[in-house]
Ligand binder design. Structure first.
Ligand SMILES: Nc1nc2c(ncn2[C@@H]2O[C@H](COP(=O)(O)OP(=O)(O)OP(=O)(O)O)[C@@H](O)[C@H]2O)c(=O)[nH]1
Ligand SMILES: [Mg+2]
Length: 693
């Protein structure tokens, strides 16, 4: 691959609801650019992107695939993200390092719930955005209906750059509205011609909308349009680029990925309308020592700053680290500095994927994305930089897990390996967490949902050869407080020789939902010596992590250390840690503790006749119905339901509707568990611990 300037790079995430056709579309792009010698298919398990055994088996994407390709003297770093919301961590990682995205929407199913979610995430991050309406060749495809869903559900202004010629089985290509040409045939043998005569009105109407959207994007274009009543093709393109980058309007393209049709025009649109890394404002981070803000421009000559967005365990190559260079250049066989760990890394050979293979490169300059094997220290979210110009870029915000299962190795030998395997798994996937319940002696694996955990357990078996059994699902309850309490805790022990002494006063107050934990040090006059204060905090944190009332982590709480006393000889770190732990346990117990449970947002789609039964069953699960609306020939019910009630929903819904309904479930927020149920949860957890003893 030749060398590309920052302006000629496009980092683009392909996002969308599960099964919309992202992988098929990526495969089509690889095929027409010569990086795949034949057009692979998801159904046959032959795509470049879905190449893991578990992706092939399930026919869905489970990880984001980095697929660099070259088009019209540009380098396009495509990241084909999974659609299934359990794998949202991969979407977040991809959006973090991309400047633009393409939302793929299924013309049959329309705009679905995860499309809405990922679209909003891309918008919040200020990415340039395009939409492709795919599967136009499929029965029940509807271009116009999808456009109105984009307007209503995504709250965006769709501006078609193309309109389909025919639809469903009669789909034969599209009209390029800017050039007013019909593009037919498959992508590797396209034919251009005059548009069908009966489409003249539609073309004129959509073309007008497109020109207006371009004119409104920039003041000078608006003026010209108003004065002269038109714009040149170049001006339209310029306006569309401004609109796509700023979000005022969204260029929409057409595709039938598996034909393949639409991939060429999509690549053109990516190059023409999405931003380059050079269009980005400088990245900002902090200096690891002073904490002062630092910024780095997207220029290959500036000091280096690169961020890791993905870590993968490759059975042959070992640990693979995917990174984007935001500033400067990350060179092969050169040192790099991880400022947060204060560690030097030896970077080996850097490379970029190329189709199913890879290509070694001397460096990854600002704006580009690359891979390196066998870094020892650094993991996902961390920054690599010049040691003389250290910077820490903001961490990538991955969501906390929602569902947990207990796991157990099948044999003693596997048990010995399990710990190591789990830590590698967690390193690969920042949305997985492993905890050990010291009291029940269980290992708990927590993730984003059932499929996420199933895939993780399969990987333990398949990739690392360790056989594991899965226990009962457990809800990731949390504890919090509703009131305040100020308490004293004194830890004092006098056993021959040196004793132990620590005395602290701690106040606990509730914080708003999602605020986490805050420790405030209000000690004056050295009544608790400076050097012991971190131990108090540590004791508090550890007790909160273990849980106080029911053994679930305590969240959304501020602990203020405001008084205490010490002993010249007997006070120690450990004594203050124990006192901190005792204090928070006492304070939480007195501050009206409450249990929180995860609430999921559920969307069920089925035909009208099943609506009554579906609503009845959701109501029976403490669900709150938010609304119902027709989508295509179905009704979609939206509801908020406690996750604890939803474990067997797949089976229930199947029997309620003879398998004719589908549903999606995504985490929404935490809510207090009603009092009468909370006691039961606490008792059950206690009983489980008793049993293990
Ligand atoms: N008829 C038709 N089928 C398509 C088209 N695009 C994709 N498909 C089929 O739709 C299914 C899902 O396609 P994928 O490319 O895996 O979709 P995806 O968006 O990558 O799915 P996830 O990664 O699992 O979210 C496969 O069976 C494809 O063959 C299309 O344009 N027309
Ligand atoms: Mg896919």
């Amino acid at each position: 691959m030749k060398k590309y300037e920052t302006e000629s790079i496009r980092n683009v995430a392909l996002i969308g609801h599960m099964g919309a056709g992202k992988t098929s579309l990526s495969e089509a792009m690889l095929f027409i650019t010569g990086l795949a010698d034949r057009l692979g298919s998801v159904d046959a398990g032959t795509t470049v992107s879905d190449s893991d055994a578990d992706e092939i088996e399930r026919k869905i994407s489970l990880t984001g695939a980095l697929l660099p390709l070259e088009w019209r003297d540009h380098k396009v770093n495509l990241i084909d993200a999974p659609g299934y919301s359990d794998f949202i961590g991969e979407v977040i990682g991809a959006l973090h390092v991309c400047d633009g995205c393409v939302l793929v929407v299924d013309a049959v199913a329309g705009v679905e719930v995860d499309a809405e979610r990922y679209w909003a995430m891309a918008g919040e991050r200020g990415l340039g955005r395009l939409i492709v309406i795919n599967k136009l060749d499929k029965e029940h495809a509807d271009f116009e209906r999808t456009l109105s869903q984009i307007r209503e559900q995504l709250g965006s202004r769709p501006v078609p750059l193309q309109i389909p010629i025919g639809q469903e089985t009669s789909f034969s290509g599209m009209v390029d509205l800017l050039r007013q040409k019909a593009i037919t045939g498959s992508d590797n043998a396209v034919q251009e011609g005059n548009p069908p005569a009966d489409m003249a009105d539609a073309i004129a109407g959509y073309r007008e909308q497109m020109i207006e959207a371009a004119a409104e994007a920039e003041d000078s274009l608006t003026e010209k349009y108003l004065d002269e009543g038109g714009l040149t093709d170049q001006e339209v393109a310029r306006g569309l680029r401004v609109a796509a980058c700023g979000g005022q309007a969204v260029p929409v393209l057409c595709a039938a990925a598996t034909k393949p049709s639409g991939a060429r025009a999509l690549l053109d649109a990516i190059v023409n309308y999405l931003p380059s890394p050079g269009d980005r404002a400088p990245v900002t981070g902090t200096h690891p020592d002073s904490g002062d803000e630092e910024s780095r421009p997207p220029s290959p000559d500036a000091p280096m700053a690169a961020q890791i967005f993905k870590t993968a365990a490759d059975p042959y190559a070992g640990r693979l680290t995917y990174f984007r260079t935001f500033s400067g250049s990350l060179h092969s066989d050169a040192p790099a500095y991880n400022a947060i760990r204060r560690a030097r890394e030896r970077v080996g050979q850097v490379y970029v994927p190329r189709g199913k293979g890879q290509e070694a490169v001397p460096a990854i300059p600002a704006g580009d994305i690359g891979v390196v094997a066998k870094l020892h220290e650094s993991t996902t979210g961390e920054t690599l930089c010049d040691e003389s110009k250290p910077i820490v870029l903001p961490a990538i915000d991955f969501p906390a897990p929602l569902l947990a299962v207990s796991i157990r190795a099948r044999s003693k030998t596997d048990e010995d390996k399990l710990g190591n395997v789990l830590s590698r798994l967690v390193e690969e996937d920042p949305t997985l967490r492993v905890t050990h319940d010291a009291q029940t002696r269980e290992t708990i694996l927590a993730g984003m949902g059932d499929l996420h955990l199933t895939v993780a357990l399969d990987r333990i078996q398949r990739k690392f050869g360790v056989a594991v059994e899965r226990g009962e699902p457990t809800v990731a309850y949390r504890e919090t407080i509703r009131g305040e309490a100020s308490v004293q805790a004194k830890y004092k022990k006098q056993t021959g020789g040196r004793g132990q002494y620590a005395d602290v006063w701690v106040k606990a107050e509730p914080l708003e939902h999602g605020a986490g934990f805050e420790f405030v040090d209000r000690i004056v006059g050295g009544v608790v010596p400076r050097n012991f204060i971190p131990s108090v905090e540590k004791g508090i944190r550890e007790a909160m992590e273990r849980g106080i009332v029911a053994g679930y982590p305590v969240v959304d709480l501020r602990a203020t250390l405001y008084d205490g006393s010490y002993h010249n000889v007997d006070s120690s770190d450990i004594a203050f840690k124990i006192a901190g732990s005792m204090a928070i346990q006492k304070a939480v117990a007195e501050a009206r503790p409450a249990l929180l449970e995860p609430i999921v947002s559920v969307e069920v789609a089925a035909s009208e006749q099943y609506m009554g039964d579906i609503m009845g069953s959701l109501n029976g699960k403490r669900g709150r119905i938010l609304g119902m609306e027709p989508v295509g020939n179905k009704q979609v019910i939206r509801a908020l339901v406690p996750q604890a009630e939803m474990f067997t929903y797949a089976n229930e819904l199947r029997s309620l509707t003879q398998g004719r309904a589908s549903y999606t479930m995504t985490f929404s927020h935490y809510e207090e568990v009603p009092e009468h149920l909370a006691q039961r949860v606490i008792d059950e957890k206690r009983a489980a611990r008793e049993k293990e003893r």
